[in-house]
Ligand binder design. Structure first.
Ligand code: SF4
Length: 256
Protein backbone atom coordinates (compact mmCIF):
# COMPACT_ATOMS: atom_id res chain seq x y z
CA UNK A 1 0.00 0.00 0.00
CA UNK A 2 1.22 3.59 -0.63
CA UNK A 3 0.18 6.88 0.94
CA UNK A 4 -2.15 9.47 -0.64
CA UNK A 5 0.86 11.65 -1.62
CA UNK A 6 2.57 8.76 -3.40
CA UNK A 7 -0.69 7.72 -5.08
CA UNK A 8 -1.18 11.20 -6.62
CA UNK A 9 2.39 10.99 -8.04
CA UNK A 10 1.95 7.54 -9.57
CA UNK A 11 2.79 6.95 -13.20
CA UNK A 12 1.40 3.41 -13.34
CA UNK A 13 -1.33 1.45 -11.62
CA UNK A 14 -0.86 -1.99 -10.10
CA UNK A 15 -3.98 -4.11 -10.21
CA UNK A 16 -4.43 -7.53 -8.65
CA UNK A 17 -7.51 -9.40 -9.86
CA UNK A 18 -9.03 -12.54 -8.40
CA UNK A 19 -9.95 -14.44 -11.55
CA UNK A 20 -11.84 -17.59 -12.35
CA UNK A 21 -12.22 -19.08 -15.85
CA UNK A 22 -15.73 -20.43 -15.19
CA UNK A 23 -18.16 -21.17 -12.38
CA UNK A 24 -16.52 -24.55 -11.58
CA UNK A 25 -12.92 -23.44 -12.20
CA UNK A 26 -10.35 -22.80 -9.46
CA UNK A 27 -9.79 -19.12 -8.57
CA UNK A 28 -6.36 -17.57 -9.09
CA UNK A 29 -4.84 -14.09 -8.83
CA UNK A 30 -3.25 -12.13 -11.65
CA UNK A 31 -1.23 -8.92 -11.45
CA UNK A 32 -1.44 -6.23 -14.12
CA UNK A 33 0.46 -2.98 -14.43
CA UNK A 34 -1.04 -0.27 -16.60
CA UNK A 35 -0.13 3.36 -17.34
CA UNK A 36 -1.77 5.97 -15.10
CA UNK A 37 -3.93 8.73 -16.55
CA UNK A 38 -5.65 11.39 -14.42
CA UNK A 39 -9.39 10.87 -13.85
CA UNK A 40 -9.40 7.10 -14.26
CA UNK A 41 -11.91 4.87 -12.51
CA UNK A 42 -11.85 1.09 -12.04
CA UNK A 43 -13.89 0.59 -15.22
CA UNK A 44 -11.31 2.49 -17.30
CA UNK A 45 -8.56 0.38 -15.71
CA UNK A 46 -10.43 -2.79 -16.69
CA UNK A 47 -10.88 -1.41 -20.22
CA UNK A 48 -7.12 -0.85 -20.47
CA UNK A 49 -6.55 -4.48 -19.45
CA UNK A 50 -9.16 -5.62 -21.97
CA UNK A 51 -7.34 -3.82 -24.79
CA UNK A 52 -3.94 -5.14 -23.71
CA UNK A 53 -4.38 -8.26 -21.53
CA UNK A 54 -0.74 -8.68 -20.55
CA UNK A 55 0.22 -9.43 -16.94
CA UNK A 56 2.89 -7.50 -15.05
CA UNK A 57 5.37 -10.33 -15.81
CA UNK A 58 4.69 -10.05 -19.55
CA UNK A 59 2.33 -12.98 -20.13
CA UNK A 60 -0.56 -12.50 -22.58
CA UNK A 61 -3.74 -13.85 -20.98
CA UNK A 62 -7.47 -13.97 -21.69
CA UNK A 63 -9.06 -10.51 -21.20
CA UNK A 64 -10.67 -9.99 -17.79
CA UNK A 65 -14.47 -10.22 -17.82
CA UNK A 66 -16.71 -7.85 -15.85
CA UNK A 67 -20.22 -6.38 -15.97
CA UNK A 68 -21.21 -2.75 -16.35
CA UNK A 69 -24.04 -0.70 -17.77
CA UNK A 70 -25.06 2.79 -16.61
CA UNK A 71 -21.61 4.01 -15.47
CA UNK A 72 -23.25 6.42 -13.02
CA UNK A 73 -23.89 4.23 -9.94
CA UNK A 74 -27.53 3.65 -10.75
CA UNK A 75 -27.72 0.10 -12.17
CA UNK A 76 -25.44 -1.76 -9.74
CA UNK A 77 -24.14 -4.06 -12.51
CA UNK A 78 -20.45 -3.26 -11.93
CA UNK A 79 -20.56 -4.08 -8.19
CA UNK A 80 -17.45 -5.92 -7.00
CA UNK A 81 -15.05 -5.99 -4.06
CA UNK A 82 -12.55 -3.18 -4.52
CA UNK A 83 -9.71 -3.20 -1.98
CA UNK A 84 -11.81 -5.27 0.40
CA UNK A 85 -15.01 -3.24 0.14
CA UNK A 86 -18.12 -3.96 -1.96
CA UNK A 87 -18.82 -1.01 -4.25
CA UNK A 88 -19.40 0.03 -7.84
CA UNK A 89 -16.41 0.05 -10.20
CA UNK A 90 -17.82 3.07 -12.07
CA UNK A 91 -17.68 5.37 -9.04
CA UNK A 92 -14.39 4.01 -7.65
CA UNK A 93 -11.84 6.65 -8.66
CA UNK A 94 -8.24 5.52 -8.96
CA UNK A 95 -6.88 8.64 -7.24
CA UNK A 96 -8.81 7.66 -4.13
CA UNK A 97 -7.64 4.04 -4.04
CA UNK A 98 -4.46 2.53 -2.59
CA UNK A 99 -1.88 0.70 -4.66
CA UNK A 100 -2.16 -2.11 -5.56
CA UNK A 101 -5.85 -2.03 -6.39
CA UNK A 102 -7.32 -5.39 -5.48
CA UNK A 103 -10.43 -6.49 -7.39
CA UNK A 104 -12.55 -9.50 -6.45
CA UNK A 105 -16.01 -10.64 -7.54
CA UNK A 106 -18.88 -9.75 -5.21
CA UNK A 107 -18.84 -12.26 -2.34
CA UNK A 108 -21.79 -14.57 -1.59
CA UNK A 109 -22.96 -14.79 -5.22
CA UNK A 110 -22.00 -17.59 -7.65
CA UNK A 111 -19.13 -16.48 -9.90
CA UNK A 112 -19.88 -16.78 -13.61
CA UNK A 113 -16.38 -15.75 -14.71
CA UNK A 114 -13.71 -13.38 -13.34
CA UNK A 115 -15.59 -10.39 -11.86
CA UNK A 116 -19.04 -11.37 -13.17
CA UNK A 117 -21.42 -12.89 -10.63
CA UNK A 118 -24.94 -14.23 -10.89
CA UNK A 119 -27.22 -12.06 -8.71
CA UNK A 120 -30.38 -13.99 -9.66
CA UNK A 121 -31.00 -15.06 -6.06
CA UNK A 122 -31.67 -11.44 -5.12
CA UNK A 123 -34.24 -11.02 -7.90
CA UNK A 124 -35.83 -14.34 -6.89
CA UNK A 125 -36.10 -13.06 -3.32
CA UNK A 126 -37.75 -9.84 -4.52
CA UNK A 127 -40.30 -12.05 -6.31
CA UNK A 128 -40.68 -14.16 -3.18
CA UNK A 129 -41.71 -11.10 -1.12
CA UNK A 130 -43.82 -9.62 -3.96
CA UNK A 131 -41.80 -6.41 -4.10
CA UNK A 132 -43.99 -4.68 -6.65
CA UNK A 133 -47.32 -2.94 -7.09
CA UNK A 134 -49.56 -5.01 -9.30
CA UNK A 135 -50.90 -2.83 -12.11
CA UNK A 136 -51.70 -4.70 -15.31
CA UNK A 137 -51.58 -1.59 -17.53
CA UNK A 138 -54.60 -2.57 -19.61
CA UNK A 139 -56.64 0.51 -18.69
CA UNK A 140 -55.92 3.97 -17.23
CA UNK A 141 -56.43 4.10 -13.49
CA UNK A 142 -55.64 7.79 -13.01
CA UNK A 143 -53.28 9.18 -10.43
CA UNK A 144 -52.82 7.22 -7.22
CA UNK A 145 -53.71 8.43 -3.73
CA UNK A 146 -51.38 11.03 -2.26
CA UNK A 147 -48.91 9.84 0.36
CA UNK A 148 -48.28 11.61 3.60
CA UNK A 149 -45.24 13.82 2.91
CA UNK A 150 -43.24 12.55 5.89
CA UNK A 151 -43.80 8.91 4.87
CA UNK A 152 -43.03 9.73 1.22
CA UNK A 153 -39.73 11.30 2.24
CA UNK A 154 -38.77 8.19 4.25
CA UNK A 155 -39.79 5.82 1.49
CA UNK A 156 -37.89 7.80 -1.14
CA UNK A 157 -34.67 6.81 0.67
CA UNK A 158 -35.63 3.13 0.25
CA UNK A 159 -36.67 3.59 -3.38
CA UNK A 160 -33.03 4.46 -4.19
CA UNK A 161 -32.06 0.76 -3.89
CA UNK A 162 -30.45 -0.35 -7.17
CA UNK A 163 -30.35 -4.08 -6.35
CA UNK A 164 -26.56 -4.03 -6.44
CA UNK A 165 -26.22 -6.82 -3.88
CA UNK A 166 -23.55 -5.12 -1.73
CA UNK A 167 -25.70 -5.54 1.40
CA UNK A 168 -26.03 -9.29 0.80
CA UNK A 169 -22.32 -9.66 0.03
CA UNK A 170 -21.34 -8.65 3.59
CA UNK A 171 -24.19 -10.29 5.50
CA UNK A 172 -23.10 -13.25 7.70
CA UNK A 173 -26.65 -14.62 7.50
CA UNK A 174 -26.46 -14.93 3.70
CA UNK A 175 -24.75 -18.30 3.19
CA UNK A 176 -25.23 -21.82 1.85
CA UNK A 177 -26.94 -22.99 5.04
CA UNK A 178 -29.52 -20.19 5.21
CA UNK A 179 -32.51 -19.14 3.13
CA UNK A 180 -32.25 -15.56 4.41
CA UNK A 181 -33.63 -13.15 1.78
CA UNK A 182 -31.25 -10.35 2.83
CA UNK A 183 -31.69 -6.71 3.75
CA UNK A 184 -32.63 -5.27 0.35
CA UNK A 185 -35.82 -7.34 -0.21
CA UNK A 186 -36.94 -6.65 3.37
CA UNK A 187 -36.52 -2.90 2.83
CA UNK A 188 -38.56 -3.18 -0.37
CA UNK A 189 -41.38 -4.82 1.60
CA UNK A 190 -41.41 -1.75 3.84
CA UNK A 191 -41.51 0.51 0.76
CA UNK A 192 -44.38 -1.27 -0.99
CA UNK A 193 -46.36 -1.86 2.22
CA UNK A 194 -46.26 1.89 2.91
CA UNK A 195 -47.56 2.74 -0.55
CA UNK A 196 -51.34 3.46 -0.59
CA UNK A 197 -51.86 1.21 -3.63
CA UNK A 198 -49.17 -1.34 -2.78
CA UNK A 199 -50.52 -1.91 0.73
CA UNK A 200 -53.32 -4.15 -0.55
CA UNK A 201 -50.73 -6.94 -0.85
CA UNK A 202 -49.22 -6.19 2.55
CA UNK A 203 -50.41 -9.45 4.17
CA UNK A 204 -48.96 -11.58 1.36
CA UNK A 205 -45.57 -9.86 1.67
CA UNK A 206 -45.52 -10.27 5.44
CA UNK A 207 -46.58 -13.91 5.17
CA UNK A 208 -43.60 -14.50 2.86
CA UNK A 209 -41.30 -12.92 5.44
CA UNK A 210 -42.73 -15.10 8.21
CA UNK A 211 -41.43 -18.16 6.36
CA UNK A 212 -37.97 -19.72 6.68
CA UNK A 213 -35.33 -17.18 5.65
CA UNK A 214 -37.61 -14.25 6.41
CA UNK A 215 -37.06 -11.31 8.70
CA UNK A 216 -36.45 -13.49 11.79
CA UNK A 217 -33.28 -14.85 10.12
CA UNK A 218 -31.59 -11.44 10.38
CA UNK A 219 -28.75 -11.59 12.93
CA UNK A 220 -28.57 -7.79 13.33
CA UNK A 221 -24.89 -7.59 12.32
CA UNK A 222 -25.73 -4.35 10.47
CA UNK A 223 -22.87 -4.83 7.98
CA UNK A 224 -25.49 -4.05 5.32
CA UNK A 225 -25.91 -0.51 6.63
CA UNK A 226 -22.20 0.22 6.23
CA UNK A 227 -22.03 -1.42 2.79
CA UNK A 228 -25.03 0.22 1.11
CA UNK A 229 -23.81 2.83 -1.42
CA UNK A 230 -27.25 4.46 -1.49
CA UNK A 231 -27.60 4.84 2.29
CA UNK A 232 -30.87 2.91 2.27
CA UNK A 233 -32.05 2.85 5.92
CA UNK A 234 -31.67 -0.93 6.17
CA UNK A 235 -31.50 -1.53 9.92
CA UNK A 236 -34.47 0.78 10.48
CA UNK A 237 -36.41 -0.97 7.70
CA UNK A 238 -35.66 -4.45 9.07
CA UNK A 239 -36.85 -3.31 12.53
CA UNK A 240 -40.01 -1.78 11.04
CA UNK A 241 -40.81 -4.87 8.96
CA UNK A 242 -40.01 -7.07 11.99
CA UNK A 243 -42.73 -5.21 13.87
CA UNK A 244 -45.15 -5.60 10.96
CA UNK A 245 -44.53 -9.36 10.77
CA UNK A 246 -45.05 -9.74 14.54
CA UNK A 247 -48.42 -8.00 14.28
CA UNK A 248 -49.30 -10.12 11.24
CA UNK A 249 -48.37 -13.34 13.10
CA UNK A 250 -50.52 -12.28 16.08
CA UNK A 251 -53.43 -11.52 13.75
CA UNK A 252 -53.08 -14.90 12.06
CA UNK A 253 -53.00 -16.62 15.46
CA UNK A 254 -56.11 -14.83 16.71
CA UNK A 255 -58.23 -14.71 13.56
CA UNK A 256 -56.76 -17.46 11.41
FE1 SF4 B 1 -27.43 -2.23 -2.91
FE2 SF4 B 1 -28.23 -0.77 -0.79
FE3 SF4 B 1 -30.04 -1.90 -2.40
FE4 SF4 B 1 -28.56 -3.43 -0.80
S1 SF4 B 1 -30.08 -1.91 -0.17
S2 SF4 B 1 -29.03 -3.86 -2.91
S3 SF4 B 1 -26.61 -2.33 -0.83
S4 SF4 B 1 -28.56 -0.31 -2.95
Amino acid sequence: MVSGMQVSQRTEINVEILRRDGSEAKPYRQHFRIPYRPGMNVISVLMEIQVNPVTADGKTVAPVVWDCSCLEEVCGACSMFICGRPRQACSALIDQLPDPIILEPLHKFPVVRDLVVDRQVMFDNLKRVKAWIHIDGTYPIGSGPRMNEKIREKMYAISKCMTCGCCLSVCPQVNDRSAFVGAAPIAQVRLFNAHPTGSYMKSERLDALLEDGGVAACGNAQNCVRACPKQVPLAESIADVGMQTTLRAAKRFLFG
